[in-house]
Ligand binder design. Structure first.
Ligand SMILES: [Zn+2]
Length: 659
């Protein structure tokens, strides 16, 4: 055990985290010394955690830690039980492959020297599964007063699993995500959904990600000397220690820390403004370096222009080797993992899409640190929405996902196709906890549908207003933990500034349906009829002769366009109506009734009509019934319809290839 003197040195170092330049509240600050034992697949470690009580009123008597690696301890963990139940992106456990992993705190003491090791117990706040050891509660010897900090030092060990969810080893490739005992988030009353101050520290579930406080990480990684490391943060120092090298990484104002190690990594470097960008890849992927760098610098530029600044000095991409595919594609502060294959043709842009996606997570869930488990739509949906925007901007609207062997598909089209591939697109509302999408929908609702309703919102309010919404939201909530209503509040504040009451006093009607509801959107152009106007004739006054109108060459017609709302979702919708003289008119309907008609009495006749001609409603599930034309189609309408039919054919083709 270390003497108190050496503890104090450590504590003084770590207490130094309060800088006036801090971007975040710096609640959870770690100094970690880690040794990677590649022979036994173990981590031997020591952590000093400086934790600040964020409450101005509560005295906090316990700490709660995530011990994520215990999810892989045996078949009885909540993670593995859910996985066995099929509620996971992973298949069944291969017990022969050494999939087991664990982590344990061996010794813990506080700054005053109080031993806390015997004051620890595993708790199961989500499901009372006593076999689950992914949350550890420690009763402190000295409670933490409001606004004050505590520091604890602990030794811990971890067994590294083989190819677990997002983490572990395979051959000599290692990826460490959710790998260290990590303190939960103490939420004072009024923060997010907390009615009274309490720890928010969920068990590790097989579906769903993470939630953590901001802090500073100073991490010393001791690895065999032939290993190369890619990590969150900047490399401050590298020092030889016998047959090992100690790499020291440091990063401020982040919610997590991840790293990868392998003796085979090559490193390529580039820059975007002042950000040093590194790519760690296996030699056979050399041909991907340029693709990565073009794509990542595009994504940097786009997010900087349309959302806000990336404030960190580094960004690292780990291109996982094929045998390391378990680790990608994922996002961690200032680091992401990705997947590529050297034979992947340029026209199949999955690596590009993943790179954009995982980078965008730096904004939505890293800086705007939403709760990925309780409100996955707030990170995955937002990220997917910007992935579509970035990809469409740089790779072409109809070619940004696939442009290969004559098959073309845009990123937003691909996203729609994924949503439409769901057997039941009404399977769940959009605001569920991640592990509560038990019968499906986590991907299609939290990711795809959220992105579609964000695009629909953009369609309704315009890209410019959407950008104002997102910039305001980002600026207001970066380095904080917003909940869903906080985003809705921003929308409700901005939209009336531009549209007065065009969409009502607020946009709650929109979120009640698209987020809190499960209905889908389908408008149908039901019919067009044209009838000649019967001129006024007959007996109007019995004392007067029968009235017969004069013959007129200019016949009048009543044209009637009928639009139906087929599904439950009600959205305002434009309808473009075309006449036989080539003219057209745009109608606006609030979309609420089950059916509506538009009538025109004129010498010209309606020949065709088209719902949502500007494609504002990305949520619309069936484009095929959006148009209607009577005989002798108007050329423009025929073009629209043809375009859509061809688009749908492409979507169907791509679905068959990739699903
Ligand atoms: Zn994601």
């Amino acid at each position: 055990m270390k003497s108190i003197i050496s503890f104090l040195v450590l504590f003084l170092t770590i207490n130094n985290v309060e800088s006036k330049d801090a971007l975040s509240p710096r609640i959870a600050n770690y100094t970690m010394h880690i040794t990677l034992d590649t022979e036994n697949k173990m981590l031997n470690a020591e952590t000093t955690l400086n934790w600040k009580n964020p409450s101005s009123t509560d005295t906090v008597k316990t700490l709660q830690f995530h011990l994520y690696y215990n999810a892989f301890r045996n078949t009885e963990s909540t993670f593995n039980k859910e996985r066995a139940d099929g509620n996971s992106f992973m298949g069944k456990i291969d017990v022969k492959s050494d999939p087991w992993g664990w982590s344990e705190i061996i010794e813990m003491q506080d700054v005053a020297g109080n031993i806390l090791t015997d004051k620890m117990k595993y708790i199961q706040p989500d499901d009372d599964n006593e076999d689950d050891r992914t949350v550890l509660e420690i009763t402190l010897a000295e409670a933490v007063l409001p606004g004050q900090s505590t520091t604890v030092n602990f030794k811990w060990k971890a067994k590294i699993p083989n190819k677990a969810a997002r983490t572990g080893y395979n051959k000599d490739y290692y990826f460490f995500a959710q790998w260290f005992p990590k303190v939960g988030v103490y939420e004072p009353a009024g923060m997010r959904y907390a009615e009274k101050g309490a720890w928010n520290c969920h068990q590790y579930h097989s579906r769903g990600e993470y939630y953590a406080d901001f802090g500073v990480y100073d991490v010393y990684l001791k690895v065999p000397e032939n290993f190369v490391i890619g990590s969150s943060g900047i490399l401050k120092n590298k020092e030889k220690a016998g047959d090992f090298t100690v790499w020291n990484f440091y990063v401020e104002d982040v919610i997590d820390f991840a790293w990868a190690a392998s003796p085979h990594f090559k490193i390529a470097e580039t820059k975007w403004k002042n950000v040093d960008i590194k790519l760690l890849y296996y030699p056979e992927k050399e041909n991907f370096v340029e693709r990565y760098f073009t794509n990542i610098t595009n994504a940097f530029a786009y997010m900087d222009e349309f959302v806000g600044e990336y404030p960190y000095p580094t960004f690292t991409i780990i291109d996982a080797p094929i045998h390391g595919i378990f680790s990608g594609a994922m996002e961690y502060p200032t680091l992401m993992t990705c997947i590529s294959a050297s034979f992947l043709p340029k026209g199949l842009k999955f690596t590009e899409a993943l790179t954009a996606h995982e980078f965008i997570h730096q904004y939505f869930m890293q800086m705007v640190a939403t709760h990925e488990v309780e409100e996955p739509w707030m990170d995955e949906g937002f990220t997917t929405y910007y992935e579509m925007r970035v990809m469409d901007e740089f790779e072409g609207r109809h070619t940004s996902a696939v442009d290969f062997l004559g098959v073309k598909m845009g990123s937003s089209e691909f996203n729609r196709a994924e949503y439409l591939s769901e057997d039941n697109p009404k399977i769940a509302e959009g605001n569920r906890y991640s592990w509560k999408y038990k019968h499906g929908g986590y991907g299609t609702i939290a990711y795809n549908k959220t992105a579609m309703w964000l695009k629909t919102l953009e369609g309704l309010v315009s890209t410019k207003v959407m950008d104002t919404i997102m910039q305001t939201y980002f600026d207001r909530w970066k380095f904080k933990h917003p909940k869903g209503q906080d985003f809705i509040d921003v929308v409700n504040e901005i939209v009336p500034q531009f549209y007065n009451d065009k969409y009502g006093n607020d946009m709650n009607w929109f979120f009640d349906q698209v987020l809190y509801g499960s209905d889908v959107c389908d408008y149908k152009l039901a019919s067009i009829s044209v009838n000649e106007v019967v001129p006024k004739a007959g007996i109007y006054n019995i004392n007067e002769p029968i009235f017969i109108p004069e013959e007129s060459n200019a016949k009048q017609f009543v044209s009637k366009v009928v639009v139906n709302r087929i599904e439950g979702l009600k959205l305002p919708v434009d309808i473009k109506v075309f006449f036989d003289d080539g003219s057209s008119v745009m109608e606006f309907w609030n979309g609420k009734a089950r059916s509506v008609d538009f009538k025109y009495t004129d010498t010209k006749k309606v020949v065709a009509a088209y719902i949502d001609p500007e494609h504002k409603l990305d949520l619309e599930v069936n484009f095929l019934n959006n148009s209607y034309s009577i005989e002798h189609q108007h050329i423009g309408v025929r073009k629209y319809v043809a375009q859509f039919i061809s688009l749908l054919q492409q979507i169907m083709q791509v679905i068959t290839v990739f699903i």
